[in-house]
Design a binder for this molecule. Structure first.
Ligand SMILES: Cc1cc2nc3c(=O)[nH]c(=O)nc-3n(C[C@H](O)[C@H](O)[C@H](O)COP(=O)(O)O)c2cc1C
Length: 154
C-alpha cells in the first residue's frame, strides 16, 4: 500500500549548507534502501517535507524524523493512500527558497510571508506540485527559476 505524507516543522537553529547536506546524505541512503521518495523544502527556518512509499516505511521514516532534535513542532498536514508517486526518481530532493517577495509563496499567502503552518492539506499538495513542476521544468531547460534559490538533483 502506497502512501504520501506531508508535514511541516521548524528548525531549532539556522541551517547551514553543511547542516542540510548532512540531512540529505543520510536521507538519500536510508530512503533508497526503503524505496522512500520525496521532496524537502527549507525556507525561513521552516521545513516542509513530502515522503512517499510503502506505508510501513513512510511511517517508520516519519517517526525517526519527528524525533530528530534538529527541528521541532512537527505538524502532520496530510497523509493519504495514493496510486502513484509524485517523485518516483527522487530519494530526497531539496529546495531552499526565500519566503518573502516570492511569486510562488505570494499565491499561497495573504501577507506575502511563507507560513506553512496555516496550509490546508489541499494548499500543501498544490504548493508541492507547483514546486515539483518548477524543478522539472528547470531540469529540462537548465534554467534556474527565480523563485527557487537552490536545489540538489539526485
Ligand atoms: C528536516 C529533516 C528531514 C529529514 N528527512 C529524512 C529522510 O527523508 N529520511 C531519513 O532517513 N532521515 C531523514 N532525516 C534524518 C532523521 O531525522 C534521522 O537523523 C535519520 O533518519 C537517522 O538515520 P540512522 O538511524 O540511519 O542514523 C531528516 C531530518 C530532518 C531534521
Amino acid at each position: 500500500m502506497l502512501v504520501r505524507l506531508i508535514y511541516i516543522s521548524y528548525s531549532n537553529t539556522e541551517m547551514s549548507d553543511e547542516n542540510i547536506k548532512q540531512i540529505l546524505d543520510k536521507s538519500k541512503i536510508n530512503n533508497s534502501a526503503k524505496k522512500v521518495t520525496g521532496l524537502l523544502l527549507y525556507s525561513d527556518r521552516y521545513f516542509f517535507q513530502c515522503l512517499e512509499g510503502e506505508r510501513r516505511d513512510v511511517n517508520q521514516t516519519y517517526l525517526r524524523i519527528a524525533a530528530d532534535p534538529r527541528h521541532s513542532k512537527c505538524v502532520l498536514i496530510d497523509y493519504s493512500e495514493v496510486n502513484s508517486r509524485l517523485f518516483p526518481t527522487w530519494s530526497m530532493n531539496f529546495v531552499a527558497f526565500s519566503g518573502s517577495d516570492n511569486e510562488m509563496v505570494l499565491r499561497y499567502s495573504e501577507n506575502g510571508l511563507f507560513q506553512p503552518y496555516d496550509f490546508s492539506a489541499g494548499q500543501a499538495n498544490a504548493f508541492l506540485l507547483e514546486v515539483a513542476n518548477a524543478i522539472a521544468i528547470s531540469n529540462r531547460t537548465e534554467e534556474k527559476p527565480k523563485s527557487l534559490l537552490a536545489w540538489f538533483k539526485d
